[in-house]
Design a protein around this ligand. Structure first.
Ligand SMILES: *Cc1c(COP(=O)(O)O)cnc(C)c1O
Length: 428
């Protein structure tokens, strides 16, 4: 929108909602009355369309039994490939470069098993010290499996301020000892969006493979993985893509790597027409499908079909534009309403350097999150001191953001958080 000029009134929030081209999509989601959901980057909400495609797959099971694999509403045998084609535009890939399979962590295991090829002096993996723990655990175990000590062979780029990772520091760490670089597209805590194109070019200039974890960008930020030459990527579909708890993940492999034998092979990686020949000689798919392992979790994929339809209708360009504006509005409101209350905005301010969420730091973050929940606002706490807020373009309104900040202000003024212990819950 061209005419944004911050104004703290509720009337202005409502005006922004009236000008929102995507506002109709909100009606497609199950929102709880009175509750403001700002956690769509942890678990996206259920939409009616996702529910419909899930129920259609259940119906196929009910009425067709085994024939659901080839017949029915969404033939299960081709569902991973179909969803790969539909997801490809969200990551800027060719349809055959994407497959919906596994989970973020298992896909990283698969891709590291495939693309980590230590040779001569190049034996190390480069990651960063702010990455999500599961990615680090996976890389540590991949190193151990090859007989390397992760203490020495997993290099983690340091953050200068505990929030961001500087691209210059990453590039400086791309030495002749590095075989593979694994980085997040968007850092899960601070929301920093890395310069994927630049990092890919710099890695390749040094003969290093590079892969990205897209959990916090896919569905919120446009990508051009193929054009940038990114070697591979993997991501969750249950965050911004709203496919449901434990929804099956996504994986991209650049077509120049097609034919590379999967590090972890299984029969669903077979060429479709060969799979049921039941030969002990593996004939891998010529596409990204080769990196599947076992039978897909059909009921955890089916919701994605309905969900992706909305992304195509809305268009990623419009989703990104709204996401940037609504997060900017949230930051402006926080600065205006919560000044002097101990909050620091921990995400980058420049549009090209931030993902889809706002990172609010506060020393009482854990109990502020508890007080927010008690007041009908759903945030995410991330240790040690972050209140993570994600206004999601498809279903969050500007008025939601206004209302959430007002409730937060009341919590701070009345010190409502003091009745809670400043400690996270089991699931934060
Ligand atoms: C959410 C998230 C994960 C979760 O991985 P799962 O295998 O789906 O449990 C991993 N990495 C990052 C960066 C995440 O944000």
């Amino acid at each position: 929108m061209s005419s944004y000029s911050f104004d703290p009134s509720q009337a202005y929030a409502k005006q922004l909602d009236e000008q929102d081209e995507l506002s109709a999509f909100r009606n497609e989601f199950y929102l709880q009355p009175g509750s403001i959901y700002l956690d769509g980057n942890s678990l996206g909400l259920l939409s009616k369309r996702a529910e419909k495609t899930l129920l259609e797959s259940l119906e196929d099971w009910k009425t067709q039994g085994i024939d659901g694999w080839m017949q029915g509403n969404h033939p299960w045998f081709y569902l991973s490939e179909r969803l790969g084609e539909l997801s490809a535009p969200l990551v800027g890939a060719k349809p055959e470069e994407v497959i919906v399979t596994g989970s973020t962590t298992t896909n990283l295991h698969q891709l590291a098993a495939t693309f980590y090829q230590p040779e001569g002096k190049r034996t190390k993996i480069l990651a960063d010290e702010l990455n999500f723990p599961s990615d680090i655990y996976a890389l540590q175990s991949q190193l151990r499996l090859r007989g390397y000590d992760p203490e020495e062979h997993l290099v983690r780029v340091k953050s200068r301020d505990g929030r961001m990772i500087e691209e210059d520091d990453i590039i400086a760490a791309m030495t002749e000892e590095i075989a593979l670089v694994i980085l997040p597209t968007v850092l899960y805590r601070s929301g920093q969006l890395l310069d994927i194109e630049r990092l890919t070019a710099e890695a390749h200039a040094r003969g290093i493979m590079i892969g990205f974890d897209g959990c916090h960008s896919v569905g919120a930020v446009p990508h051009a993985f193929s054009k940038w030459g990114v070697d591979f990527a993997y991501w969750c579909n249950y965050k911004y893509l709203n496919s449901g708890p434990g929804g099956v993940g996504g994986l991209y492999v650049n077509e120049q790597h097609f034919g590379r034998l999967p590090g972890l092979a299984g029969w669903f990686g077979s060429r479709k027409d060969k799979q049921f020949d039941m030969e002990h000689r593996f004939t891998p798919s010529e596409h990204a499908g080769a990196y599947q392992i076992g039978t897909p979790h059909v009921l955890s994929m089916a919701p994605l079909l309905g969900s992706l339809e909305m992304f195509h209708e809305a268009s990623l360009a419009k989703l990104r534009a709204k996401s940037l504006l609504i997060t900017k509005y949230l930051m402006d409101l926080v600065e205006h309403e919560l000044a002097g209350m101990g909050f620091t905005i921990g995400n980058p301010r420049e549009d090209q350097r931030r993902g889809g969420h706002v990172c609010l730091e506060h020393e009482d973050a854990a109990r502020i999150c508890k007080a927010l929940k008690e007041n009908g606002v759903v945030p995410d706490f991330r240790a040690p001191n972050v209140v993570r807020l994600a206004p999601v373009a498809l279903y969050t309104t500007y008025n939601d953001v206004w209302e959430a900040v007002m409730r937060l202000k009341t919590i701070m003024v009345e010190k409502q958080y003091e009745k809670f212990e400043n400690k996270r819950g089991v699931v934060a």
